[in-house]
Design a protein around this ligand. Structure first.
Ligand code: 6PG
Ligand code: NI
Length: 183
């Protein structure tokens, strides 16, 4: 697929792109069942701003994600999290602003958690489900680059959850076992 070269500007503070991203907004209503407690509002939790290229093996897809600060109960706002549909496809995250935790898990339950803060690159190898959690008081903004045909498997996480959850304990983030995880 032969494309014309192009450029996009990212505002590192806000994560907004120009020109013309594809924007997806996730509100609490579209995250029902993802948090341990039920939410009583329909606030926005995060948005994804994707640079348009064909979702094919010979392209690199990329996007910014803006996870707003907030909690449901004591659980910090986070993305749904997913495996890639093509499980072996890897991904790179570069945090632009804010702070958070990147939770990664294998199907067998092995879990690794890494800090996200401005300037940090997190490498997400294939086969690791990934979820970003905003543990700060400002938006968590990161830029992700992934192989064009990675695709999304949300169903596995929707059914089983992640092995751990990130909760506010005494004013700071704590990574604890998920009581609802289906091993
Ligand atoms: C991807 C990236 C990333 C992710 C967003 C939202 O594969 O596209 O991991 O862009 O999709 O941060 O997270 P969810 O896709 O889990 O909702
Ligand atoms: Ni991904």
């Amino acid at each position: 697929h032969l494309l014309e070269p192009f450029s996009v500007h990212i505002d590192f503070e806000s994560g907004l792109l120009s020109p013309d991203p594809v924007v997806l907004v996730r509100r609490l209503s579209s995250l029902a069942g993802y948090f341990l407690q039920n939410a009583d509002t329909d606030s926005e939790v995060y948005s994804v701003h994707e640079i348009r290229v064909p979702a094919e093996r010979d392209h690199l897809l990329s996007s910014t994600t803006i996870v707003l600060p907030g909690k449901v109960g004591d659980e910090y706002y986070m993305t749904k999290g997913h495996f890639h549909a093509n499980r072996d496809r890897s991904e790179i995250y570069l945090t632009l602003s804010g702070e958070g935790l990147l939770v990664m898990a294998l199907e067998n339950g092995t879990t690794v958690t890494k800090e996200m803060r401005p300037g940090v690159v997190n490498y997400v190898p294939g086969h690791w489900a990934h979820r970003s959690v905003n543990t700060g008081s400002e938006p968590l903004v990161f830029y992700a680059v992934y192989i064009g045909d990675a695709g999304y498997d949300y169903a596995t996480i929707a059914e089983r959850g992640f092995p751990v959850v990130v909760v506010d304990r005494d004013g700071g983030p704590s990574v604890v076992p998920n009581p609802r995880y289906l091993a």
